[in-house]
Design a protein around this ligand. Structure first.
Ligand code: SAM
Length: 287
């Protein structure tokens, strides 16, 4: 079957109404991107205050009807009608995963094992349903911090909050960390991280869904690549865990001050920032 997509850019206030219009014109499915949906790599994001709605139709007549209906309701809406290119998704998603080299580290998918560089510390991560393949800027920014810190802190203790696939904890372990604890509040991520640890022949990393209240002590290096609002909410729990260094990511440049403030008021000082595109990494240390 060949499909047509009708992509409509509308002011966010019109979004729900246009979704109804597109559905009533016979859409088999809708994809909505707006200020509340996460931004995906390689997928066009809506402008501020706008939404992008993609509706899928299995015949031209319905697609034409949809376009006419949208034009009638929102004459200024930008509309693009395109044939949907058939993809073998079992292969396509693999192509989106890129290996990355960060300092001494190389992180890539298991199917690149044969071609992984022999002179790097290699991690093989198959992301499946968890976040953390290394190629997202927030992850690679943290990997760089891990690489740097581990050069001078062999045997240090590490706490990775929001571990996803486990990639940051694994990087620390491979580079010589001692006690390494990684937690995530998503059970699927924790299961997957355990599989990934096995795949990489890593033992001795404590991976669990424990909350920070359940983890005793402080850590030389605390890593937290989570979103800004979560980092702010968790500040009273994360800050006391930091013995030496805290590395935070998942923060957009314009959110940096607010996140930092939540930690500066808890006995930490700022020791650096690194920006990549719209993302910023915040490095703090125990004063
Ligand atoms: C952006 S991913 C980071 C994954 C990986 N650490 C990396 O750097 O690629 C954020 C992770 O934090 C987890 N998370 C979100 N809120 C959390 C919380 N309150 N406590 C623990 N983990 C949380 C999510 O389930 C997700 O796996």
């Amino acid at each position: 079957m060949s499909w047509l997509s009708v992509t409509v850019d509308v002011p966010e206030a019109e979004s729900e109404w246009i979704q109804t219009v597109l559905t009533e014109a016979g859409a088999a499915g809708l994809e909505v991107r707006d200020g509340t949906t996460p931004q995906l790599p390689d997928v066009r994001a809506p402008k501020k205050g706008e939404a992008i709605i993609v509706a899928f139709y299995d015949d031209q007549e319905n697609a034409d009807e949809a376009v006419a209906a949208v034009k009638e309701h929102v004459p200024q809406a930008a509309i693009v009608v395109e044939p949907v290119v058939e993809q073998d998704w079992s292969v396509a998603w693999r192509e989106r995963i890129k290996s990355v080299t960060v300092g001494r580290l190389w992180v890539g998918p298991p199917w690149e094992k044969a071609t992984a560089p022999a002179d790097k510390v290699c991690l093989f991560i198959e992301p499946k349903m968890a976040f953390g393949t290394g190629d997202h800027p927030t992850t690679s920014l943290c990997l760089a911090a891990v690489d740097e810190f581990m050069k001078t802190h062999a045997g240090c203790s590490v706490l990775d909050v929001g571990t996803g696939t486990g990639v940051l904890a694994f990087a620390a372990k491979k580079l010589g960390s001692g006690l390494t604890i990684a937690v995530d509040n998503d059970p699927v991520s924790v299961e997957l991280a355990k599989e990934c640890a096995e795949e990489n022949g890593l033992t001795g990393i404590e991976l669990s869904e424990k909350t920070l209240e359940q983890i005793p002590g402080t850590f030389d290096l605390v890593l937290a690549n989570i979103l800004a609002n979560t980092l702010i909410a968790l500040a009273p729990l994360i800050a006391p865990k930091v013995k030496h260094r805290l590395v935070m990511a998942g923060v957009l440049v314009h959110q940096a001050d607010e996140v930092k403030q939540a930690y500066l008021s808890r006995g930490l000082v700022s020791v650096g920032e690194v920006i990549e595109g719209e993302w910023i990494r915040l490095d703090l240390a125990r004063a």
